[in-house]
Design a protein around this ligand. Structure first.
Ligand code: ATP
Length: 368
């Protein structure tokens, strides 16, 4: 069983002035056998450190790490039965692709027939047979990345660890490799832990996603839940593009009041918000849940309307982004391109109140 577990794992580094710096602040999670889990978060949030601790390239300051049923705290990387794929591929430039693929197994003193078989299988899985005689410089970036994957596959590890493996590829190739990685996961039936700072990559690849910020896990959930029920403002703002809008609001006489307008709320929502009567709260609404009143399929008769002064329009082809202010905060609406809009227009917008979120302005946590 190739599960990975962190039990209250902390990692502190000492900086040059010998001050302790907490890179990972007590992580707890279980990655299940055959699961594809993505660690995502901004630069410096501790995701690579977490991955390196699974690999044994970094040792935790405290806590336990388990791979399968074994506590691996003191185990050398080579004894952990993992394979890591790095961002820079780390191929040997003077060796052929075949030799790059066999190198690790030769070091492990595996028999030649076994190595040949494994290389053949990996090359078939990755569609690389015609390239085995070439050197890395004779391959494209995407093909090199595939060789790096192949080198992990031949080792038949319990767990694959990926550290931003697509970040050196151009945008088009990244999309293609993303699809290949998802297919590869299904074919190999392996446990995969994948690090990226790119939330689109996280959402498209991860069966579950661990969102981190400043060394602290913010939420662990599948993509749908992360998008629909972010637990705090950090997750709400990090997942989704353009990010969720946050608008200062309050509840008065059964209505949700924002600068320049108010909306009637359903009884259940009012009930949930009752502790906030007379207090400020933050309304969260995604750009795709604000529609122009002239193009809002299914919401034409919605009473939840508010007029705003459009400041900027960005045409993206398949959609337009409209920018305006509510209560001093910049708000983005992602609307259908047929929506009538130009800078300077006072336009009625329809807010899809079925898809709104509320957050406590002090704790920044979701209000149920
Ligand atoms: P990035 O996307 O930029 O790689 P990350 O989320 O992967 O970011 P980590 O590499 O895990 O972040 O680093 C977490 C924090 O720990 C950062 O502030 C980093 O500067 C610090 N850190 C990482 N390695 C060391 C080290 N060897 N010595 C001191 N500090 C370190």
């Amino acid at each position: 069983m190739a599960r990975v577990e962190f039990r209250n794992v902390r990692k502190e580094f000492q900086d040059q002035s010998k001050e302790n710096f907490t890179a990972v602040a007590g992580s707890d999670f279980v990655i299940n056998d055959k699961e594809f889990v993505v660690f995502v978060g901004p630069s410096g949030c501790g995701k690579t450190t977490s991955l390196r601790m699974i690999a044994g390239l970094e040792h935790q300051t405290s806590g336990d790490i388990l791979i399968g049923d074994r506590v691996v705290n003191k185990l050398h990387p080579k004894d952990r039965d993992i394979a890591m794929v790095f961002q820079d591929y780390a191929l040997y430039p003077h060796m052929t692709i075949r030799d790059n693929l066999s190198f690790g197994l030769k070091n492990l003193k595996k028999p030649k027939a076994y190595i040949d078989q494994k290389v053949k299988e990996a090359a078939a899985i990755l569609d690389m047979e015609p390239m085995l005689g070439r050197k890395p410089r004779e391959l494209s970036g995407g093909q090199r990345q595939r060789v790096a994957l192949g080198r992990a596959i031949v080792r038949d590890p319990q767990v694959f660890l990926f550290d931003e493996p697509l970040s050196n590829l151009d945008a088009k190739l990244r999309v293609q490799m993303r699809v290949e990685l998802s297919e590869l996961h299904k074919r190999l039936g392996a446990t995969i832990v994948y690090v990226t700072h790119d939330q689109v990559e996280a959402m498209t690849l991860g069966e579950r996603i661990v969102v981190m910020n400043r060394g602290v896990i913010q939420q662990i959930a599948n993509p749908t839940e992360l998008y629909a029920r972010p637990q705090n403002m950090f997750v709400a703002g990090f997942i989704g593009s353009p990010p969720m809008n946050f608008i200062d609001a309050s509840v008065e006489s059964g209505r949700l009041v924002v600068e320049g307008g108010s909306f009637e709320l359903p009884a259940a929502t009012l009930e949930a918000l009752s502790p906030y009567a007379g207090r400020k709260l933050i309304l969260g609404i995604r750009p795709e849940d604000i529609h122009g009143d002239d193009y809002a399929p299914g919401l034409e008769s919605s009473p939840h309307r508010m007029t705003a002064h459009i400041q900027v329009v960005e045409h993206l082809g398949s959609e337009n982004l409209l920018y305006f202010h509510i209560g001093g905060r910049l708000v983005t609406a992602k609307v259908h391109p047929e929506t009538k809009a130009y800078a300077g227009l006072d336009k009625p917008f329809i807010f899809d109140l079925r898809k709104i979120h509320f957050f406590d302005p002090e704790t920044e946590m979701r209000i149920e």
